[in-house]
Design a protein around this ligand. Structure first.
Ligand code: CP3
Length: 339
């Protein structure tokens, strides 16, 4: 049985909660680094369906993860809209802000079709070899994707989007609309190719301090994507991840976006979320890096906290690249023995 899909669809409570970790296909795994070196650049890897499917499956083979998250990146959407994109070693993503005036939906499928081939291959491999594992597709939420597009790089501060909000809000609306439309096409393509759950990463939602801006730039675009995809795929569950948003805004996000599940960062105590929604989270990735007794205690605390609720175990944010793969195994051993 596919425990992640079942938890999200039926709000079922599993005796051992299903588990996967954000950025589980990544540089902390030696087998990933090997394929990554073979592929050349990050984008060469993401657009190569054979190699991208291979790295997607690596953590499933090594750890028996209950979810396989598509190996790709949230910045594929701007790339497909025509914005120049490069991933530079040690620097992260760099986007060409000169291209913002020429964005278009016209050729998005050229890029999306490659990624959807990866989804298809992964789903086939799961059906044959890991039928309990749920195939998770994803996209970035419009706000977070726009933060990178307008700033032009991937550091953790994005003043340019706030300047645009004041100076040229109509242009920002135009960019957000394009991301919404492209994301609907992209996520429908992933669902068609075999994705069983769709996650929307809104890693920078917490930069917004004003509630009405939060509604305009986070809630409404997210709701439009979920509704747009569900018109064609009414049963596919969504997982929202509005990271670092204050607890008081979470309820509005859950109700107004129509998300089926909520991924929670380490900054929020999951038991403080009173809404009756499937939660996913929220082990501190720093504790996974450190390992040992503190890790064991924290995993047990989360299991106790979430006992009796429909729940998917995960981190509060992506696995740090220096993490020892043995610590991931230690985390899984605690979950699987202690539940
Ligand atoms: O295993 C998985 O989770 C699947 C693949 C995945 C990647 N990125 C691969 C990746 C997913 C779901 C993402 C989402 C993503 N990408 C987010 C949202 C989640 C989050 O972490 O907040 C964001 C903000 C991005 C943008 C991005 N991509 C940045 C800022 C960077 C550079 C930072 C870094 O860690 O180097 C990336 C590159 C990236 N995306 C890598 C991976 C494995 C590392 C690059 C490499 O292998 O060379």
């Amino acid at each position: 049985m596919k425990s992640i899909l079942n938890t999200l669809r039926n709000k079922s409570v599993c005796p051992v909660p299903p588990v996967w970790i954000m950025r589980q296909a990544g540089r902390y795994l030696p087998e990933y680094r090997e394929v990554r070196a073979q592929a050349g650049s990050f984008l060469d890897l993401a657009y190569n369906p054979d190699l991208a499917a291979e790295v997607t499956l690596q953590p499933v083979r090594r750890y028996g993860m209950d979810g396989a998250i598509l190996f790709s990146d949230i910045l594929i959407v701007p790339h497909a809209l025509g914005q120049g994109l490069e991933f530079r070693a040690g620097e992260g993503p760099v986007l060409d802000t000169n291209d913002l005036k020429d964005l278009s939906l016209e050729n998005v499928n050229d890029k999306f079709s490659q990624i959807c081939k990866t989804v298809f291959k992964v789903r086939q491999a799961l059906d044959n070899q890991h039928p309990q594992t749920t195939m998770i597709g994803f996209s970035g939420s419009p706000w977070t994707v726009a933060c990178y597009m307008i700033q032009g790089h991937g550091k953790s501060s994005f003043p340019a989007i706030f300047e645009m909000m004041d100076r040229d809000p109509d242009f920002l609306d135009h960019v957000i609309d394009l991301i919404v439309d492209a994301s609907i096409v992209y996520l429908k393509g992933q669902a068609e190719a075999g994705a069983e759950v769709l996650k929307l990463f809104d890693s920078w939602a917490g930069l917004i301090e004003d509630k009405s801006q939060f509604e305009k730039y986070v809630i409404i675009p997210t709701q439009r994507i979920i509704e747009g995809v569900k018109q064609t795929y009414p049963d596919i569950p969504f997982m929202g991840f509005p990271r670092h948003v204050p607890l008081e805004w979470i309820e509005a996000y859950v109700i107004q976006t129509g998300t089926d599940g909520l991924a929670v960062g380490e900054d929020i105590k999951m038991s403080d979320i009173k809404s009756d929604i499937v939660l996913q989270g929220n082990l501190d990735n720093q504790l996974l890096l450190e390992g040992g007794q503190a890790l064991e205690k924290s995993v047990k605390d989360i299991l106790n906290e979430m006992e009796g609720r429909p729940f998917i175990f995960n981190l509060g944010h992506g696995v740090i690249k220096e993490t020892d793969p043995a610590h991931v195994q230690q985390m899984l051993d605690v979950i699987r023995q202690n539940s």
